[in-house]
Design a protein around this ligand. Structure first.
Ligand code: GDP
Length: 327
């Protein structure tokens, strides 16, 4: 059943400055919501229950998008494992509990596709959660994300709260982290090809063998799905959000090369980890509800690269660089 959020609803986007949160804010603004609530890290430490309670008491959000967290790519996951598990466990716990305590009407929590077992049957259906061991390169993050799903379920079962969970696939888009050590593969490759083109280097290093398969969803599509699910999804079980289509890291690297620096060679560094071999989501449930993505990977890559170049130019790091393609 669809609920209609009145345009003046108080909607808290926890994590509004991040890749996902900023896209959710853009989507809500576009839909005409006039009372979008946000708090910076300085204003509110989401890991601190008393601060979060105080904030909820003062601001009384009616709807909550819980999209905050400490996130990063394959390297950051293994070098900052304590932050990944602690920050995320705490943030999920404080926001879910305060949402119950201050009678939030509905909360949408975002997890991640890394919650599923490393050897999950592909494409991955929602019911494969907790059916096998996790991928070791991101198990800290995955455990915290699974705890978030269980929090929502427990508060739903014990207190009748309308808290739901969505599991997005790998995301990308404007606002992504282009840092080479902490970022995910897609922005990292964009930056590597960009820098190689700038410096005139002939080869670009790609971590691992290039054979792992990954699925990529544009963050504006995810934000659209978040609003859709807030309005139409109310179940104990989490729901996958993705495209249902994946490609190899080699194929991704070739696409980014063709877009950014067509003359570059790919140099695979197999001393770096591959991570999970494949994690494409089964999105049948979401599709059956009537939602599907609208931004194809080629268009999404082109617009994200434009955004990256623009940011660099504004930051004064770039001197008159033009896009490698006209699209
Ligand atoms: P994952 O999806 O959790 O494994 O996280 P990532 O997005 O960080 O990595 C996805 C895949 O891309 C892994 O197989 C990485 O080894 C590979 N990869 C290739 N080059 C890079 C790179 O420059 N940065 C990152 N983060 N991953 C890379």
């Amino acid at each position: 059943m669809k609920i209609d959020l009145p345009p003046e609803s108080r909607i808290f986007v926890a994590g509004h400055a991040g890749l996902v949160g900023s896209a959710v804010v853009r989507r809500l603004e576009r839909a005409g919501f006039s009372n979008i609530q946000t708090a910076t890290r300085h204003q509110l430490d989401l890991r601190d229950q008393s601060e979060v309670n105080h904030w909820f008491k003062a601001n009384r959000p009616e709807y909550v998008f819980l999209v905050a967290g400490t996130v990063g790519g394959i390297l950051a996951n293994s070098t900052r494992s304590a932050e990944f598990i602690y920050d995320n466990l705490m943030i999920h716990g404080t926001v879910v509990d305060a949402s119950h305590r201050y009678q939030v009407r509905k909360l949408l929590y975002l997890g991640s596709s890394c919650i599923y077992p490393r050897q999950a049957t592909q494409p991955i259906t929602e019911d494969q959660l907790l059916t096998g061991p996790l991928e070791p390169t991101n198990e800290w993050y995955a455990i915290a994300k699974i705890a978030g799903i269980k929090l929502c379920q427990a508060y739903r079962r014990q207190y009748g709260c309308d808290f739901v969970s969505a599991m997005p696939t790998n995301l990308y888009g404007p606002g992504d982290n282009f840092d080479l050590t902490s970022g995910h593969v897609l922005p990292a490759l964009m930056r590597k090809f960009h820098d190689a083109r700038e410096s005139g280097a002939t080869a670009v290093e790609i971590w691992g063998t290039g054979s792992p398969m990954r699925e990529f969803l544009h963050v504006d599509d995810l934000a659209d799905a978040c609003l859709f699910l807030m309005e139409r999804y109310s179940h104990d079980s989490h729901i996958n959000v993705g495209t249902g289509v994946d490609l190899s890291i080699r194929e991704l690297a070739e696409k980014v090369r063709d877009l950014v620096y067509p003359n570059a060679e790919l140099a695979f560094d197999s001393s770096k980890p591959d991570g999970t071999p494949r994690k494409v989501l089964d999105v049948t449930r979401l599709k059956d509800l009537g939602w599907q993505p609208s931004i194809g990977l080629d268009d999404g890559l082109a617009s994200t690269y434009e955004w990256f170049v623009d940011q660099h130019r504004q930051a004064g790091h770039l001197r008159g660089v033009e896009l490698a393609t006209s699209s």
